[in-house]
Design a protein around this ligand. Structure first.
Ligand SMILES: Nc1ncnc2c1ncn2[C@@H]1O[C@H](COP(=O)(O)OP(=O)(O)OP(=O)(O)O)[C@@H](O)[C@H]1O
Ligand SMILES: [Mg+2]
Length: 349
């Protein structure tokens, strides 16, 4: 059977709709959590592209970081790409998904890892069957799709990238014409393509917590405008947990937040600036907190708080941190950690 080569446009581009058409919408409509009562107007795409992704309905944005990201997105040009740096589970990926969703921007996520090579960004030829004939079809990778269709190109966890991949990303990050080696063609950036990268580190390359993070060179780092994400304040975390576990008594949610913060004090210091003697390595992130509240409910009335906490967090704590972890739990809960949800609920009523 002959193998025929056919070139197809990016499958997700539909010619009948002009996805570059923009409309002005009140910021208070697009981001009511942040712009309530404000008369700011924002530009967004009028039509929702098939590559748009629904964001997490439980997400509660940080006001200042969201506003800065919007300043960057709404500016005439993106002189620098946008970098989000912060500890695991501080909501970096979710912030990008939230912004893309609300602005009708298609989202292309590149999950960076050490063995990834530049061709993974570009795409490859795939074999396909067309009317009984085997054909090779061009399949663009996520970065190439973002370059063609516009939208947000999210280089997620980019501090995991190898040196080779990082240098291949330089052109992309700058929005320069990008030669695709695989297809022997050069892509020009759609003027509405926004490049955002996330990282746990600034590429220091020898982080005890983020051991798979690589070194990133200054040339790469200086191509970004950086925003730092932190764990939400108690008030914001209370709002998040209300969305996830609104049926639980408020004191159950508040105690969980107190526990998360006690762990963060021991890992990152009370000011979250790393100023702490002999820090523990485990991190009680917002991700863990949300998961715990979710599983307290899913584990049902007969299981104890300790059981769900073991499952979502304590078992993954390293042996060196185990003792201090149990000490912190004991300090916040005492024996109450061994109460079942049913016992807690009946204590309340
Ligand atoms: N502001 C928030 N509102 C609601 N949920 C949040 C928020 N921040 C974090 N979370 C919860 O934490 C989870 C992890 O968030 P996200 O994946 O964005 O973290 P991250 O900073 O990208 O972490 P990593 O560095 O590990 O990739 C989310 O799925 C959500 O459950
Ligand atoms: Mg992430």
């Amino acid at each position: 059977m002959s193998v025929q080569q056919i070139n197809t446009a990016v499958t997700t581009t539909t010619t009948s709709i002009d996805y570059s058409e923009m409309e002005k919408v009140a910021a208070s409509v697009l981001f009511p959590e942040i712009f309530e009562g404000s008369n700011v107007m924002l530009q967004r795409r009028k039509h929702r592209h098939p590559d748009c992704i629904e964001s997490n309905p439980m997400y509660v944005p940080d006001e200042e970081n969201t506003k800065i990201a919007l300043v960057w997105l709404m500016a005439k040009d993106q002189m620098l790409a946008l970098g989000l740096q912060g500890h695991t589970g501080t909501g970096k990926t979710e912030l990008v998904m939230y912004l893309a969703d609300r602005l009708n921007l298609p989202l292309y996520i590149v999950k960076t890892h050490a063995r990834m090579n530049p061709q993974d960004l570009e795409g490859s030829y795939v074999l396909d069957n067309e009317s009984g004939q085997t054909v090779t079809r061009k399949e663009y990778g996520p970065a190439a799709k973002a370059y063609i269709n516009g939208g947000i190109l999210l280089l997620d966890e980019m501090d995991k990238a190898s040196e080779e991949l990082t240098s291949a990303m330089h052109l992309l990050v700058e929005g320069k014409p990008w030669p695709l080696e695989m297809f022997k063609e050069t892509l020009f950036r759609n003027k509405h393509c926004f490049c955002v990268g996330t990282a746990n580190t600034y590429g220091s390359g020898h982080d005890e917590r983020y051991i798979s993070s690589n070194q990133l060179d200054q040339a790469f780092l200086s191509r970004f405008m950086w925003i730092e994400t932190a764990y939400p304040t108690t008030i914001v975390e209370a709002k998040i947990l209300e969305r996830v576990g609104g049926k639980l008594p408020v004191n159950v949610r508040n105690d969980a937040i107190r526990l998360a913060n006690a762990f963060r004090d021991a890992a990152l210091g009370v000011n979250r600036d790393g100023d702490v003697e002999d820090p523990i390595q485990c991190i009680f992130s917002t991700r863990v907190l949300v998961a715990w509240i979710y599983y307290i409910q899913a584990f049902g009335k007969f299981r104890t708080l300790k059981q769900s906490l073991e499952a979502v967090f304590l078992r993954s704590v390293s042996p060196e941190d185990k003792e201090i972890a149990h000490h912190i739990v004991n300090k916040i809960y005492g024996d109450d950690i061994n109460l079942s949800l049913g016992e807690i609920l009946s204590k309340k009523s």
